[in-house]
Design a protein around this ligand. Structure first.
Ligand SMILES: Nc1ncnc2c1ncn2[C@@H]1O[C@H](COP(=O)(O)OP(=O)(O)OP(=O)(O)O)[C@@H](O)[C@H]1O
Ligand SMILES: [Mg+2]
Length: 483
């Protein structure tokens, strides 16, 4: 038989049965209870079982309210929402049976630095589509955070714990007036579940932190926090204590994502900052509007990521990469072939010191080729990006490559980032080149930048400004030793 100690996680329940659900393995513990992988022995399918902490559902009134909510959430069916199969109780302990998600949480993926811009936007887009469906049915999530979104092995995002946060709210009779800003934190959740408060506060909307009524725009705020976290690896609002974090949420502006990560396109800042506005009326009005903005942005990104290459083009690209990874490119391939032939010939002739001269000369050329490789790769990068209409200048200074762009579509950012990665991938040795993309710089900053040493490319004219004169394709600033 189960007891409170079991439910609170101090006893391993693996191998036991809860009604017709077999508990197979412990998955994890959150603020609301313990999650196990299990099996529905009637339907013979894998399930996840969440045993709710008894403290959360102590009063009968509260339990009924929760069960009602959970039933509404169970009625939701969408690929981006983890399906709730059942809600039941054993010995007064409530448990929720849901779809078992074989994958990793977004929180884990962020910690492992496995998300790039395109996958972050893809996840946010899938989640917001799920939210749209829930909001249409009149259900708010209330606890969107990176640990409540899982991504399956085949890249499907699944939102977990729909409506469960309702459990964290104080029971109506005991509640403080809605205007009490610390109600959610200190009176209830703070006392019973301190860990949860720490984990959840950074994703709260300002109205949630103040204990006000919530609507769909509160979920959109929290999703904005997750998107911010996915693209920068950092949370937008941080404080030493939950109270400090709540203060930041209510009164401080988050640092723009494009300041935290200089390579991000301005569009991602526009979307995230609109989600994170303090007043709900300044945010996206609904999930549908945010979904269509994310979709447009995603298409723009995809058009720059060249995932649409045909197999033959991929092969060609692979061959090009291989050729260019040999010093001196195609010439290098011939030289290597020549050395091999020579070595074979030497094997069949009687040894003579004079025969070493040819390989020695080739060796010197190869050494020079390798030594100058980084410079060549930088010049090659500058040449390729300079063909993009939105690129205004390329500067390599102090070991860092800065590409200046103006009015650049998101695809340009993806392309530039891709070229930087390609360049770093071809380096034989030495540190990878640090790179940043500076977008829409004010005229003075732009002028200051192109006066530095190491300008590899600068567009002759800036739209709306007089010709840059001497600075256009400036030989004076050319990179020393650059071909
Ligand atoms: N349906 C599921 N399938 C697979 N793993 C799950 C499922 N639901 C939860 N998990 C995993 O179980 C662990 C605990 O989840 P839980 O929801 O209890 O904690 P949390 O999300 O960190 O906090 P909170 O209680 O605020 O939701 C997490 O690692 C989560 O990824
Ligand atoms: Mg959870």
């Amino acid at each position: 038989m189960l007891c409170v100690k079991d439910i609170s996680g101090s006893t391993d329940l693996t191998g036991t049965d809860l009604k017709h659900y077999r508990i197979e393995a412990f998955i994890g513990q959150g603020g609301m209870g313990v999650v196990y992988r299990g099996r529905d022995t009637r339907l013979n399918r894998p399930v996840a079982i969440k045993l709710l902490s008894p403290a959360l559902v102590a009063s009968a009134e509260r339990r009924n309210r929760f069960v009602q909510e959970a039933r509404a959430a169970a009625a939701l069916s969408h690929p981006a929402i983890a399906q709730v199969y059942d809600i039941d109780e054993v010995d007064g302990c409530l448990f929720i049976v849901m779809e078992y998600i074989d994958g990793r949480s977004v929180g884990r993926l962020i910690a492992d630095r496995e998300l790039d811009l395109l996958s972050s936007v893809e996840i946010a887009f899938q989640v917001v589509e799920g939210l749209e469906k829930a909001h249409e049915a009149g259900i708010l999530h209330r606890d969107i955070k990176s640990d409540n979104i899982m991504v399956t092995r085949d890249g499907r995002a699944k939102l977990l714990d729909f409506g469960l946060a309702k459990l964290m709210e104080p029971a109506p009779a005991a509640s403080a007036p809605p205007s009490d800003p610390l109600r959610t934190l200190t009176k209830d959740a703070g006392r019973t579940l301190p860990g949860l408060v720490m984990g959840t506060v950074p994703y709260m909307s300002p109205e949630q932190a103040r204990g006000r009524d919530l609507d769909v725009r509160s979920d959109l705020f929290s999703l904005g926090v997750v998107l911010y976290e996915m693209v920068t690896g950092e949370l937008p609002f941080k404080g030493e204590t939950p109270l400090d974090t709540m203060h930041a949420i209510a009164y401080e502006e988050a640092r723009p994502v494009t300041v935290v990560r200089r390579n991000l396109p301005p569009q991602v800042h526009r979307i995230v900052s609109r989600c994170l506005r303090k007043r709900p009326e300044d945010r996206y009005p609904d999930a549908e509007t945010l979904a269509s903005d994310l979709k447009r942005f995603k298409l723009d990104l995809e058009s720059g990521s060249r995932t649409d290459l045909r197999p033959i083009e991929r092969l060609q690209a692979w061959f090009d990469r291989m050729i260019s990874s040999v010093p001196l490119g195609a010439k290098g391939v011939w030289i290597v072939a020549g050395v091999v032939v020579l070595a074979v010939l030497l094997l069949f002739t009687s040894f003579n010191w004079g025969s070493l001269i040819a390989p020695a000369v080739i060796g010197v050329f190869l050494y020079r080729g390798i030594r100058n490789r980084k410079k060549r790769l930088l010049a090659d990068f500058a040449k390729k990006v300079s063909r993009m209409p939105s690129v205004e200048a390329v500067i390599f200074h102090d070991g860092k490559m800065t590409t200046v762009v103006k009015d650049a579509p998101a695809s340009a950012f993806v392309r530039i980032t891709g070229l930087i990665e390609e360049m770093n991938g071809k380096l034989f040795f030495g540190k990878p080149v640090a790179a940043e993309i500076a977008s829409d710089l004010p005229a003075e900053e732009f002028q200051a930048l192109i006066r530095r040493l190491g300008v590899l490319y600068v567009r002759t004219e800036r739209p709306g400004e007089p010709p840059a004169g001497k600075q256009g394709k400036n030989k004076d600033h050319s990179f020393s030793g650059m071909k």
